[in-house]
Design a binder for this molecule. Structure first.
Ligand code: MEV
Length: 430
């Protein structure tokens, strides 16, 4: 892949026409013409395919697909596809990824891809002995659960453990919950673990004499974590009128706010999800599941808090970390049906679900940095304003060089409206 490290290069991509961007992907990133035409939307999801995905289909809803540049994750360059309607997310993720390059980019890893299936057992005479009966039969139960998905077993997946949790005091009295821990390899895993939970239900009823009620995966996938860390060298922190210490300490103080106050943490984590959801969507994964997991994990201590940390190291550099559940797959479901989801995986050269999770959390960390850096210095509106001005200039009919000139003037006048843009254009073109 042709590196695009410098500002010049990045701005070049930004200023290319759509056709030129597609050509760049083909030429420099060695993407085949078909993959590019799928990503371009020209050859994307067909209505007939959509009709098989959900019920009562009447059409296909489009969203912009952008590419974040400059990302190095675990030593590898990666172009990151993002499906999102909000301006400035793709640009700011790319810019933060660029600031991370001198220290090697993002270093990420995942825990084993283990999902949790929950089996609720009610109407028990006595929960403590029921718990022991289940634990005594653990090996047998795991063997039964191991037979539900031969494909997963072939790839080394399957049940890993069984845990039993007691709820002594609930609105319906005591009950217990069996957790089946299931390694789902490269799948998101919902189907496999739900089937396994349903298969174990009669066995558990026989063992305990109770009644199995719910059998469903937990979206608090805290056995399937993705983590990333990044260092921004001190010399890359200063910008405009802000010196490096001010920027660094401002970011740390902004993070400290989110670490203690749930009102701020919700917004802080929303900013992280600004980069995470777009990649989850681009790859055909279940973004509601990832959202649910993220926020439940952020509240795991009983108090909702930040998914990231920011601090300074001994040399005064800024160091950031992120840790959160990441239940994404690269096989099965929409990841294999939606042509753009497949093409997004090709674009990123993804071979395992773990690699995908590592890229996703790296982008989340980058996006969080972008928000904290802007909020603790010039504020968020300035950056938004120039991007918004560009969109308004294009909407008003600006062409070629006019786009940059007109958006600069609109931003300077702080009057970013299509009517004003049209007036200026008419004046210039007289
Ligand atoms: C806006 O979409 C996201 C931010 O509010 C995130 C944050 O406040 O950290 C800017």
């Amino acid at each position: 892949m042709e590196p695009m490290p410098g500002k010049e290069e990045k701005e070049k991509f930004y200023n290319l026409s759509l056709v030129e961007r597609h050509e760049w992907l083909q030429k420099s990133h060695h993407l085949d013409a078909n993959t590019v035409s799928i990503l371009s939307g020209e050859n994307g999801l067909k209505i007939e395919q959509a009709d098989h995905m959900i019920e009562n289909v009447i059409g296909i809803f489009g969203l912009p697909l952008g590419i974040a540049h400059n990302f190095i994750v675990n030593g590898k360059e990666v172009l990151v596809p993002m499906v999102i309607e909000e301006p400035s997310v793709v640009a700011s993720a790319s810019f933060m990824a660029k600031l991370a390059r001198p220290s090697g980019g993002f270093f990420a890893h995942t825990s084993a891809p283990e999902m949790i299936a929950q089996i609720q057992v009610i109407a028990l005479d006595e929960i403590h002995s029921a718990r022991l009966k289940i634990l005594e039969a653990k090996q047998d139960l795991m063997e039964i659960a191991g037979k539900v998905d031969p494909v997963l077993s072939k790839y080394g997946g399957g049940p890993r453990d069984i845990e039993v949790r007691l709820f002594k005091d609930s609105p319906i009295g005591p009950f217990l919950v069996v957790h089946l821990i299931f390694d789902v390899r490269d799948a998101m895993g919902a189907n496999a673990v739900n089937t396994a939970a349903e298969t174990l239900a009669p066995e558990i009823e026989n063992l305990t004499g109770g009644k199995v009620h719910l059998r469903i995966l937990s979206n608090l996938a805290d056995r399937r974590l993705a983590r990333a860390r990044v260092t921004i060298l001190k010399e890359n922190l200063a910008f405009g009128d802000f010196n490096a210490e001010e920027v660094r300490d401002g970011i740390i103080a902004a993070w400290a706010f989110s670490s203690v106050d749930p009102y701020r943490a919700a917004t802080h984590n929303k900013g992280i999800m600004n980069a995470i959801d777009p990649i989850v969507i681009a790859t055909g994964n279940d973004w509601r599941a990832v959202e649910a997991g993220a926020h439940a994990y952020a509240a795991r201590s009983g108090k909702y808090t930040s998914l990231t940390t920011w601090a300074k190291d001994k040399d005064g550099n800024l160091v950031g970390t992120i840790e959160m559940p990441m239940a994404v797959g690269i096989v099965g479901g929409a990841t294999r049906v939606h042509p753009a989801a497949k093409a997004s995986l090709i674009l990123m050269k993804i071979e395992t679900a773990s690699q995908l999770a590592e890229i996703i959390v790296s982008a989340g960390l980058a996006q969080n940095l972008a928000a904290l850096r802007a909020l603790s210095t010039e504020g968020i509106q300035r950056g938004h304003m120039s991007l918004h001005a560009r969109q308004v200039a294009i909407t008003a009919g600006a062409d070629g060089d006019e786009i940059a000139r007109l958006s600069a003037q609109l931003a300077q006048e702080k009057n970013v409206r299509v009517e004003r843009a049209q007036e200026i254009l008419a004046e210039w073109r007289k």
